[in-house]
Design a protein around this ligand. Structure first.
Ligand SMILES: [Zn+2]
Length: 95
């Protein structure tokens, strides 16, 4: 599988580290109920289809990326810097 890093271009996935589903949002530790952190850390869906994942380009630009990948085919439809996605989420954009 190859990933097109927005900073470095297309690279082998061996240059990246997979960090998992990008959808869960870390709860506010001061405000969250007791089970919220447990759910955030341990509970994940095992979906078939397109999901957004966190990848780290450790052997390249050392950027965190959001990779949109179909888990059935490994086809990648989008790669974006995680920082841009987080800022868009904070602004309330549909990202
Ligand atoms: Zn890179």
């Amino acid at each position: 599988m190859r990933i097109r890093c927005p900073h470095c271009g297309e690279r082998d996935n061996g240059e990246f580290s997979y960090l998992g589903d990008a959808a869960p949002v870390r709860p506010d530790g001061m405000e969250a109920e007791a089970g919220a952190m447990h759910d955030y850390v341990y509970l994940r869906d095992n979906r078939a289809g397109e999901i957004r994942e966190l990848w780290y380009h450790g052997a390249g630009c050392r950027s965190w990326l959001i990779v949109t990948r179909d888990t059935r085919t490994h086809a990648i439809s989008d790669v974006s810097p995680a920082r841009d996605v987080a800022l868009a989420r904070r602004r309330g954009d549909a990202a």
